[in-house]
Design a protein around this ligand. Structure first.
Ligand SMILES: Cc1cc2nc3c(=O)[nH]c(=O)nc-3n(C[C@H](O)[C@H](O)[C@H](O)COP(=O)(O)OP(=O)(O)OC[C@H]3O[C@@H](n4cnc5c(N)ncnc54)[C@H](O)[C@@H]3O)c2cc1C
Length: 415
């Protein structure tokens, strides 16, 4: 592996730790991100509109970000997770409007690589690699967030061996824009479903036996144009805007038997296996947000720095800047360690959880402190910092809240 001296980090703590190929991915990410004007970044956030054109550009042969960490067999770019993390850090730093959808797009291809058959791989992965199809991930439900075992969406087998899905998934990134979705549903007997639908006389629906935890959670690839699929409520969120995040609704949605992903009952395994990698992607995005917030502090403080001397009135703020830089660099080192473990085929759910938790807490902390340093400029909607501050909150919540990640880490230690 060719080592170079360049590094994405501001302090150079990771200098020499990236191969030439990995740094080429970083250069491409910079090229892509810097072609997007600040006005475009602000507009996608304000108008809450998904930039499909940018997504397609990101997946074009020039950039290939949509298939970066996958082998070349089904159109993958043959890169690795360190490179994908470099891209995500750069995208977070510059608030690239498609960042989160791109992360989920890669996250949603993972289970097809791992559990899909050849037909599924050639149909979905090839189209996903070129951006012809955008992929999304449907796990969370109104009554099943952290507790994924509480999934209520049902799947029953009809007379032809196909599946009929009923239920609602919520807060689905790219929900209103994707072409296919990895969906986790509970496999039930038709009799249980009619019991669930009819309910009791007082209107309270009983939860049939097989829709309780004992039911078999199973994964499916659901296309947007399948009969019975609908887009539900769209969310006008505080942060992470411009990702067409919404509910997706299955109303007797017909899913061909060919679209079963993995085996019956393997749904949680399918979901959780890709989330471990997804959390490293989130961690990298959070490092980018922290770096973006640090950049804003630096710009501000440089006004108080003359001929190598920090003016007296800015001394306290400079010490704060040093502290934020330490935390950002520590988050970066942990994140790239987690990515390296994936690339070494030793992925660690625990290290991924540590990286996601630490990096998202750092992003929240650094962006909050940056708002303090910037004073009224912190709230200026024409600057990136207020967007970073709003987006960073989501990093602590999605793909598993930080509280849950801490419990996973503790459980691993106690094993
Ligand atoms: C911007 C955004 C995008 C998202 N995109 C997607 C997506 O593409 N696909 C998808 O499937 N989901 C998505 N989600 C959903 C996300 O994964 C969930 O929000 C997350 O898993 C938490 O679930 P919840 O919001 O229902 O919180 P809850 O599970 O209701 O938790 C609420 C609080 O209780 C705490 N808590 C819960 N259980 C415990 C416990 N046992 N012990 C201690 N504390 C506990 C949590 O830590 C949290 O603080 C997205 C969410 C956001 C905000």
């Amino acid at each position: 592996m060719v080592q170079t001296q360049t590094s994405p980090s501001s302090t150079g703590a990771l200098a020499g730790k990236f191969s030439k190929e990995q740094l080429q991915w970083l250069d491409k990410a910079k090229l892509f991100a810097r072609a997007i004007t600040p006005a475009e970044v602000i507009a996608s956030d304000k108008e809450n509109v998904f930039r499909r054109d940018l997504f397609e550009k990101a997946c074009s042969a020039e950039f290939s970000f949509g298939s970066l960490p996958f082998p070349t067999t089904y159109g993958g770019a043959g890169g690795d997770y360190v490179s994908f993390s470099l891209v995500n850090e750069e995208f977070g730093r510059r608030c690239v409007p498609i960042m989160s959808s791109l992360g989920v797009h890669v996250l949603s291809q993972e289970p097809i690589y791992r559990f899909g058959n050849d037909e599924q791989k050639s149909k979905y992965l090839t189209a996903a690699s070129t951006g012809k199809m955008l992929a999304a991930f449907g796990l969370t439900e109104p009554n099943a967030g952290s507790d994924t075992a509480a999934i209520e969406t049902t799947a029953r087998i009809d007379g032809s061996g196909n599946y009929v899905l009923n239920g609602t998934k919520t807060f689905i990134t790219s929900g209103a824009s994707a072409e296919f979705y990895i969906v986790m549903a509970r496999l039930i007997d038709p009799a249980d479903e009619s019991a669930a639908r009819s309910g009791s006389a007082d209107g309270i629906k009983p939860r049939p036996e097989s829709t309780k935890r004992s039911g078999q959670i199973t994964a499916f690839i659901v296309e947007r144009n399948f009969e019975g699929f609908a887009i539900g409520q769209k969310f006008d969120m505080l942060g992470m805007r411009g990702y067409s995040t919404c509910e997706i609704v299955f109303n007797d949605c017909l899913v061909p038997k060919e679209n079963l992903l993995g085996a019956h009952g393997e749904g949680r395994k399918v979901a959780l296996s890709s989330l471990a990698k997804g959390r490293v992607t989130i961690a990298a995005q959070c490092v980018g947000w922290a770096q973006g917030a640090l950049d804003a502090c630096l710009d501000n403080l440089q006004r108080h720095y003359r001929d190598g001397v920090i003016t007296a009135d800015a001394g306290g703020m400079a010490a704060k800047l040093g502290d934020l830089a330490v935390q950002t660099e520590a988050a970066r080192v942990l994140t790239f360690q987690a990515a390296r473990l994936i690339d070494a085929r030793e992925p660690s759910v625990t290290v991924a959880a540590m990286a996601k938790t630490f990096a998202s807490d750092v992003a929240m902390k650094v962006s909050t402190e940056a708002m303090n340093v910037l004073g009224m400029d912190g709230l200026n909607p024409d600057l990136l910092i207020e967007r970073i501050f709003r987006d960073a909150k989501a990093g602590q919540i999605y793909e598993g809240t930080n509280q849950i990640q801490r419990m996973l880490i503790a459980r691993d230690l106690l094993k």
